[in-house]
Design a protein around this ligand. Structure first.
Ligand code: ATP
Ligand code: MG
Length: 558
């Protein structure tokens, strides 16, 4: 790091992989094109944000942070039919939860409807926009194809006066939906389809979540977005690659209206595709509407709120976005890359606790009392404190942790052999009790009172360590174990989503946990030693009925 770095916006840059957008910004600042940068995150409030949006949020807000610039939150709300305040609220919450602050109040493209209308009039007056009365089907025919040019609309050469009068009628609700639209007059032979006289206003008799019934004409995305950017004095307008061609229209609109210069510039990066998940609000909405999942924040959903309910932390999601980087190459990120981020975070930060998911009763015959043991909350972070564990004559261990016979690889409790109970004593399995069907219902054990926190005095080697929970002083708990929602790596490509749903994406188990988890807070993940990372469910868990979600397994590929 150079000496001057402390005063430059690039402090901490060694931790960030550089990317092509940062290079552009560095050049723009060095050339004096901008004094500081201003970005925006522009979601359409037609669904909850997903992991792909997290990438865009981290990029836009992250750039503003690192360069000491500003980032706006702007709702791109030009389609009242699909939008809703529920989505507006959830988006604000998700951005804040991820740890970012937008500049000033949230903005709405609908705040600019009056100005947008004014710019449309300006284009009409300049002979650069016209009211077209082709039906949607005719318009499609006239548009041409990628290999053939389009044809001019018969309404293209209307006079300015006629266009102004018709546009006024559109605005006043005097023309029916689908019977007219306002189009930019550009070039029906352009190799770029978006430049073939794109529609910039359409009629929709719909109530808008922000503007109510004030408007019955709504501006299209391409017309709205660039003007909103310019009004907000955005310097770098960053979007995903599918908008590459639209950049021509973005520039065309701004160059042809009298709006303050310098103009914003659009830059495109590749969207995040995450293996085994859908990153399309429309498709996620389908899962919600069909009841395939328990709402937008179902812990199996790749939404920010779903990941949150699952036990992901904002730091883990930010770290994931940092690792995947920003490029122009289309690619798909392995799901394990996301899991690695939360696993690393939780290994470092999650308190440890004991849970028994498939309980098996143990009776320690030579122990009659109750003893309160002390256990560290984290093996190598004393600052996380300690907790108390009641040790009793009857305890539970997991069914998988006991076998009547086993080979040397099995490092748990075996009949006639010893094992250590985590944070407690060494016990030996003496005999079993079975039910009529031959299932083991109780294992009778003895314990060695000299083994609390130390090895057996005579040098006996005890290799295994297992979890346990007092059977006299415990809490019942429901465990929700999640697996991938889909059976294929690319569910987005499936013709029928229903055919690729994993029927076993949720398995529910009923077991016990230690008493200290009575007040387990949602979003606080614990490492249930040997079982995985779990957190209390924000929707269904209560002290009377604890419900834990599996956040992630302890190791990859579990
Ligand atoms: P969806 O297809 O899920 O509806 P969208 O692009 O229509 O996504 P917007 O609300 O318009 O959703 O997106 C807001 C911002 O987030 C846009 O700038 C968009 O480019 C970005 N974004 C959306 N999906 C992804 C993704 N998978 N990866 C990166 N950025 C994304
Ligand atoms: Mg969109």
């Amino acid at each position: 790091m150079s000496n001057s770095a402390a005063n430059s916006p690039e402090v901490g840059a060694e931790k960030r992989p550089t990317n092509f957008i940062r290079q552009i910004i560095d050049e723009d600042l060095a050339a004096g094109k901008h004094q500081s940068i201003h970005t925006r995150f522009p979601p359409e409030p037609n669904g909850y944000l997903h992991i792909g949006h997290a990438k865009s949020i981290c990029l836009n807000f992250g750039l503003a942070q690192d360069y000491h610039g500003l980032c706006n939150l702007r709702f791109d709300d030009t389609n009242p039919v699909k939008e809703d305040v529920e989505y507006v609220d959830s988006i604000k919450q998700d951005v804040e939860w991820l740890g970012f602050k937008w500049e000033g109040e949230p903005r709405y493209a609908s705040d600019y409807f009056d100005q947008l209308y004014g710019y449309a009039i300006e284009l009409i007056k300049k002979g650069l926009a016209y009211v077209c009365e082709l039906s949607p089907e005719e318009m499609r025919e006239y548009r041409g194809t990628l290999t053939e040019p389009g044809k001019n609309s018969p309404y293209r050469d209307r006079s300015v006066e006629e266009n102004l009068a018709l546009f006024e009628k559109m605005k006043n609700g005097e023309i029916a939906e689908g019977k007219a639209s306002l189009r930019a007059k550009i070039d029906m032979a352009s190799p770029f389809m978006v430049m073939r006289d794109p529609v910039i206003y359409r009629i929709k008799f719909a109530t808008h979540h922000q503007t109510g019934d004030k408007w019955c004409i709504y501006p299209m995305y391409d017309f709205t977005h660039c003007i909103s950017d310019a009004i907000e004095r955005i310097t770098h307008s960053i979007c995903t690659l599918e908008f590459q061609d639209n950049r021509r229209l973005y520039d065309w609109v701004l160059e042809n209206i009298s709006i303050e210069r310098p103009l914003p510039h659009q830059y495109e990066f590749s969207r995040l595709n995450l293996e085994g998940t859908l990153t399309s609000k429309r498709k996620l909405l389908y899962l919600v509407n069909e009841g395939i999942v328990d709402g937008w924040n179902d812990p199996r959903m790749p939404t920010i709120s779903g990941l949150r309910r699952r036990g992901y932390t904002p730091a883990a999601l930010r770290e994931f976005c940092r690792r995947i980087g920003v490029t122009k190459q289309d690619n798909t990120v392995e799901y394990s890359a996301l899991e690695a981020c939360i696993r690393e975070d939780l290994n470092e930060n999650a308190p440890r606790a004991m849970a028994v998911i498939n309980p098996l009763k143990i009776v320690i015959e030579n122990f009659a009392d109750k003893e309160i043991l002390t256990a560290p909350n984290h093996p190598n972070r004393p600052k996380l404190g300690v907790r108390q564990l009641p040790f009793t004559r009857e305890i539970y261990i997991d069914q998988a942790d006991f076998r009547e016979e086993a080979n040397k690889q099995y490092k748990r409790l075996v009949l006639g052999k010893e094992v250590r109970l985590r944070n407690a004593y060494v016990i030996k399995a003496e005999r079993v009790e079975k039910d009529e069907a031959g299932n083991i219902i109780t294992v009778y054990c003895s314990y060695d009172p000299e083994t609390l926190g130390k090895n057996p005095a005579d040098g006996r080697k005890v290799k295994g360590v297992i979890q346990w929970v007092s059977a006299e002083d415990y809490l019942n708990a429901e465990f929700r174990q999640y697996d991938r929602l889909f059976t294929v790596p690319n569910p987005g490509a499936a013709e029928d989503i229903n055919a690729v749903i994993n029927p076993n994406s949720l398995v529910v188990k009923h077991g016990v946990v230690e008493k200290s988890l009575a007040n387990a807070q949602p979003e606080q993940a614990y490492q249930f030693e040997r079982e995985g990372y779990y957190c209390a469910d924000s929707k269904d868990s209560s002290p009377e009925h604890l419900v834990f979600n599996l956040t992630v397994s302890l190791k990859e590929g579990f």
